[in-house]
Ligand binder design. Structure first.
Ligand code: CA
Length: 220
């Protein structure tokens, strides 16, 4: 597994690099946006650890450009800024995890492992989570062995959650995936679909979706 670490603070970059190498990952370090863009254009990476404050620009700008260019691998953002707004912007432009500095190295490694595991799952055509099974090729859904009747849009919505189980998905992220452009979508529409999905899947004792107020939803 190859990991790109984009971090301009030399000591921190070296520390992260050593911790990842100890776990048998192969690591390249970039100390600014230009170097990071070059490395990502030249080599294939399985995951990126990305600082936001870089000497020649913002990691968020870099991430936005990569996502627009079709780079789909997991990205873990590191930032001293831990304000909720920054976290949401990070998730909106396509980060998978936002880790605020200072962080524990074990926390970083646990997130890297989880993201790489999720990445492996995202490549499967059958997704499962707590008794839910979606077969993307056959386009069928099951809940605890029983067929689940879903409309095409409900299926697409559930697929996004299963591809990202445990991850908090922002309203913008979900809307852009389902309706392409969130600009055209009445924001209440997402809530309508979420409540339909909940009706089909959840029971009073068995909840699947957590509403994260002001942010979005999480499949738990
Ligand atoms: Ca920095």
């Amino acid at each position: 597994m190859k990991i790109l670490v984009v971090e301009d603070h030399a000591t921190l970059a070296g520390f992260i690099r050593r911790a990842l190498i100890e776990q048998a990952y192969s690591v390249s370090v970039a100390i600014n946006c230009e170097m990071a863009a070059d490395l990502l254009a030249e080599e294939k990476f399985d995951l990126v650890v990305l600082d936001i404050g870089l000497p020649d620009g913002s990691g968020l700008g870099l991430l936005r450009a990569w996502r627009e260019a079709g780079f789909n691998e997991p990205v873990l953002i590191l930032s001293a800024r831990d304000a909720v707004d920054d976290r949401i912007i990070g998730l909106d432009v396509g980060a998978d995890v936002y880790l605020a500095k200072p962080f524990q190295v074990d926390e970083l490694l646990a997130n890297v492992r989880a993201l790489l595991r999720r990445r492996a799952i995202a490549r499967k055509t059958v997704l499962t989570h707590r008794g839910l099974t979606l077969d993307l090729a056959a386009h069928t859904a099951m809940l605890n062995g029983a067929a689940l009747e879903l409309t095409a849009r409900e299926f697409a919505l559930l697929e996004i959650f299963l591809q990202n189980a445990g991850r908090i998905l922002t309203r913008t992220f979900i809307s852009e995936k389902i309706w392409q452009s969130h600009e055209d979508v009445d924001t209440n529409l997402l809530d309508v679909y979420m409540s339909r999905l909940r009706t089909r899947i959840e029971t009073p004792d068995d909840k699947y979706f957590r509403t994260v107020r002001g942010v979005g939803y999480q499949l738990q």
